[in-house]
Design a protein around this ligand. Sequence first.
Ligand SMILES: [Zn+2]
Length: 250
Amino acid sequence: MSWLLGAGLAGAIALGAYYARLLTAGGAWAAVLVGTSVFGVGGVWASLPMIAFFATSSLLPRALGRPHRPEQRTAAQVWANGLAPTLCCWGILLYPWRESAFWLGYCASLAAAAADTWATEFGTQFAKGARHLTTGKPVPKGTSGALSNEGTIGGLLGAFLIAAACWPIVGGPTRLFITTGLGFGGMLLDSLLGATLQARFACPSCRKEGERRICCGVLATPVRGLSWVDNNAVNLLSTLCVAAVGVWVG
Ligand SMILES: [Zn+2]
């Protein structure tokens, strides 16, 4: 019964997000699978942090006063942040006696995803500049692997908000701080992987270096990182790591 209700609710939210141009069609289908798993296993209270993450990451740019049209999230972007929490829900089905550990992994991975999103938004909006995490050199804000004070504060706020929304399923002030800490740690791991593994490409036409594989209509040449590791792969890897640590700690 809760699975049917979950599918209905997730379908309604995904359809609304699709028509609001927050999700592509593929992104909406992925969101239905994620939402059904979460509601089916954990009901309303487990869905709360997931909805808080989705709502804040979709609405934050506008709330911070950036009037640009929000980016439509693709299936790859939904899975990059949604696979780790979904796997934790499936973990509860397979190992119900480890339920509380899997909920901590679920919350920690969501807190990490939120921290990363909030850090990017706060950094882009408020920071004057950012520094590369491993080289310390000034880089344009918003660059993968860059850190700014404003972004870091935003990330901490995002992690704390999700941890607070997780209170009913993880319970207690200690776990609130553990979840916040794991989320914040996940954001740092995301930056570290973004600074090291993530591919960067140089455009042969405009000579700019960036994260895009195709620039000026031509294929850019890889200059750093692993050519198949993009921002989604980095997000996926860091949220999976944080979920694993959360389950282990829990
Ligand atoms: Zn170019």
